[in-house]
Ligand binder design. Structure first.
Ligand code: PGA
Length: 247
């Protein structure tokens, strides 16, 4: 399966700059199709204009969250069928910023991932340890516990992507050593196999301070099947250099 490079714009971008960023990436993708699959995950207000800007370029659209239910009395929330209707093929669920800011636990993340798959979306499920968990030697135990709690059963590589994002690496400029990334990704691969034979080939992304300078090294580690990119996805040249680093 192709590697996947996803840009998580988080809560950044107004219409004019968001559409311009997307148009620039779409133009580069058309001119020199990247080896990796590219997904842009803008804020919900930009899904439609970004979708229009990337139409026909091979770049896919993703959202940053969804509600576990399809519709109903949930003021301010957006459902997975609505995201599908807006042109998405991916949705991120369980990002650590949502786990922290909105108190989302594994059970709700699992319900969101199941809703995404039921709507025909591919769920990008995020897991990762805090600095305190890492310092106490619990990284792998935490990640495996989150996976077991957050993944719906028997999802295939077309329905699920796992993103390993150490919380302390997000936006900090710090990254784990290649040795540590390899160990955690290997453990995630084992956990996926243990959970279901169908899930053995699910792509495992690394996320947390991926930059042009470290992308090639990170993306060449065994069982690193792509990257989830935050800050650097807002700078066209940087995001593009990361995407090219997969090839
Ligand atoms: P970062 O964010 O690349 O800015 O560290 C990654 C993420 O939170 O997905």
């Amino acid at each position: 399966m192709r590697k996947l490079v996803a840009g998580n714009w988080k809560m950044n971008g107004l219409r004019v700059e968001g559409a311009a960023l997307a148009r620039d990436i779409a133009a580069r993708a058309k001119a020199a199709p990247p080896v990796a699959e590219i997904v842009l995950c803008p804020p919900a207000t930009l899904l439609v204009p970004v979708g229009e800007a990337i139409a026909g370029s091979g770049v896919a659209l993703g959202a940053q969250d969804c509600h576990p239910e399809g519709k109903g009395a949930h003021t301010g929330d957006i459902s997975a069928p609505m995201l599908k209707d807006a042109g998405c093929s991916y949705v991120i669920v369980g990002h650590s910023e949502r786990r922290q800011d909105h108190n989302e636990g594994d059970a709700v993340v699992r319900a969101k991932a199941a809703a995404a798959v039921a709507a025909g979306l591919c769920a990008i499920v995020c897991v990762g340890e805090t600095a305190a968990e890492r310092d106490s030697g619990r990284t792998e135990a935490v990640v495996v516990r989150q996976l077991r709690g957050s993944l719906p059963p028997k999802l295939t590589a077309g329905q699920l992507v796992v993103a390993y994002e150490p919380v302390w690496a997000i936006g900090s400029g710090k990254t784990p050593t290649p040795h540590d990334v390899a160990a955690v990704h290997g453990r995630i691969r084992d956990a996926l196999r243990e959970l279901a034979a169908e899930s053995a080939a699910v792509r495992i992304l690394y996320g947390g301070s991926v930059k042009p300078a470290n992308a090639r090294a990170l993306l060449s580690i065994a069982d690193v099947d792509g990257a989830l990119v935050g800050g650097a996805s807002l700078v066209v040249a940087d995001f593009w250099a990361i995407a090219r680093g997969c090839g």
